[in-house]
Design a protein around this ligand. Sequence first.
Ligand code: ZN
Length: 669
Amino acid sequence: MKKIVLLSAMAMTLMASSCSKTPQKAEADDFPYVVDRFADIEVLRYKVPDFDNLSVKQKALIYYLTQAALWGRDILWDQNNRYNLAIRDLLENVYTNYNGDKNSADWKAFDTYMKQVWFGNGIHHHYSTDKFVPGFSREFFEGQVAALPQVPENVTELMDVIFDPSIASKRVNQAEGEDLIATSANNMYAPGITQAEVEAYYSKLKKADDPTPISYGLNTRMNRDEKGNLYEEPYKLGGLYSSAIEHIVANLDSASQYAENPAQKKIINSLIEFYTTGDLATFDRYSIEWAEDTVSQVDFINGFIESYGDPMGMTGSWESIVNFKNIEASERTETLSANAQWFEDNSPVDSRFKKDKVKGVSAKVITAAILAGDSYPATPIGINLPNANWIRAAHGSKSVTLENITQAYDAASHGSGFNEEFVIDEPTRKLIDDYLFITDNLHTDLHECLGHGSGKLLPGVDPDALKAHGSTIEEARADLFALYYLADPKLLEIGLLDNPEAYKAEYYKYILNGMMTQLMRIEPGKNVEEAHMRNRKLIAEWCYEKGKENNVIEIVKKDGKSFIRINDYEALRGLFGQLLAEIQRVRSEGDYAAACELVEKYAVKVDPELHKEVLDRYASLSIAPYKGFVNPVYSLEKDNEGNITDVKVSYTEDYPSQMLRYSREYKGL
Ligand code: ZN
C-alpha cells in the first residue's frame, strides 16, 4: 500500500498568482527558488519558515535528526541498483577532475547525465524508472576515465552498465505477465531470483488469519544460499548496510538527548532498537508509538518505509523527512480530522465497507526541514503513515501536508504559460487562479487524512489481494474520496471554503491532468505505468466514458488543439461518488478480477495522437515535467563549554555542490 501523494507537476504549474482568498498563499518574493535546470528536471529551493522561532532545544533535535537523515543516502543508492555507488564514484571523479572544454557537446551531455544520476539516486529515472541514456560517447568517457589518478577494477563492467541499453534497463518493472523480479534492476533481490520463487517463499511465511502481521520483507534483501534456497538478509547493525546504519543510530542517539518529551525519546529509542535488531515486530511497536505521538512539534520519518521501489511492493526504500508542525495552517487539517466520522458516515460507499468508528485520524500541516533518501531530491507533498493496515485500524495514522514544499512549487511556477495553453477559456482560468491553490491543498488533506483512512476490508480479505494493482486502486480510492467531498457543502459549513463553486477549479484540473496533461511525462509509444498516474487516468477516463450519454465531459477542438470542457460539474461529482463506491467494493472484497479490468481498460493505454499533441504543446512551453529540491544547510553554534547555543540555516548551496558534499561527508557505504 502506498501512502504518498506524488505531486503532479501540472497541479503546481496550474497554480496561479492572484489568489487572495487563501491565507496560506505565497506572497511574491525574491527568494531564489529555481536552482538548476537540466533534461526533464527543475531543481528548486524551499524555505523553512519559522525555524528561527523554535527553541534551541528543538533546533538541536532537528539538527541531529537531519544528520541521521543524510547518513542514509548511500543505502537508497545501493537498494536502487547494485552498481549505483560505484558508478556515482566514477562519474563524480570524472566530473571533478575534468579540465577540458566545458562548451563541448560531450561535456555538456556528461554534465546533464551526472545531474540526472544524482536526481535519480542512481542510473534510473526516479519516476519512470527507465535507465538514463547518456548523450555523450563511450570514447569520450573512456578518455576521461583513463586520465583519472585511480580507476576501479571493474571499470569495463561499469561502462557496460552505463552504455549498454540491454543491461538493467528498468529499475521497477510492473508490466503485467512478465517476471517482475527478474526484469527489474533494483537491488532488493539478488540476481537470478524469480517472482515465482519469492511468492512461494512469502506464502509459506505468511500465516492465515494473523490479525497483526509484520510487514514481511520490509527491511531485507532476498538472497540465495549454497543449497539454492532463498533467505532474507536484514538491513541492520551488523547486517547489510551496517556502516551507514551506525551513523544513523549515533545521530538518533544524539537527537534523543534533545527530545521534546519522554514519549518522543521513547520513539527515537524504539527506532534505534529496530535498527539494532532488524526485528519487524519492534518496527511495528515503533510505528504505533510514532502514530500515537500527536503532541510533539518536531517529527520525523526515518527508515525503510514506502515500497514503490520493489515491484512486489514489500521491501521499503530508505528515506527520511524531518519536519515541524506549522501550527497555524494545521487548523485546516484538524478541522477535517475532527469531522472524520461525519465524512465516513456520509460517503456514497456501501455501509458494509464503512468503518463504524474512524479512529485516530490525525492530520497536520508541516514544514519540512530536510528531505533525504527516497524523498530527495524529488519529494511527496503529502504523507500518510504507518502503512500497516492493522496498525492504522487499531491505532490510527498520521497524515501530513508539506506546505513549505507546495509553496515553493507554487512560487516557482508563476508565469509558465501553462493555463493559457491548456485551460479551455478565460472563466475557467479565473476559477483556477482564484481557487486551485486552496482546493488542491484541500484535496491533498482529504486524500491523506480521510481518504486512505476510510473504509475497511471485509473479514478474511488479504490486504495484498489486489497484487500489482493494489497501489493504483488504493490511490484511486483516496483521490475519489477527496474529489467527492471537495464539492460537499460541508466544507463551507466548517469554514474551509468560502465559495460553493470553488471545487470546480480542482475538478477541471483533475480531469485535464488525468486525460491529457500528465501524458507529458510519458515517452511516445509507452503506456502509463506509475500507480498515481494510472489512478488519475482511471478516474478521468472512467468518468469521461460513463458521462458520455449526458455529455458531462467533452473534448473540444479549437484551432486543431484539444481542450477539456466540463459541461456538468454536479453530474461529475455524482460519477466520482459512483466510482468511489465501486473502488471501495473492489478493495474491501479484494476483487482482483475487477481491479484488473478497471486498470487495464482505463488506466494504462495511451491514445498516441492525443499523446503527441500534448507533448508538442508542452514542449513549446519548456516547463520541466519533474521538480525536486536542494536542502538548506544547517550548522551548529556552540559556546566555549561545547553547549549548543543555536542552529543556523542557510539557503545558498547549489545543486552540484550539495550532491558532491553529500557524497563526501555522508559516505555511509
Ligand atoms: Zn495516497
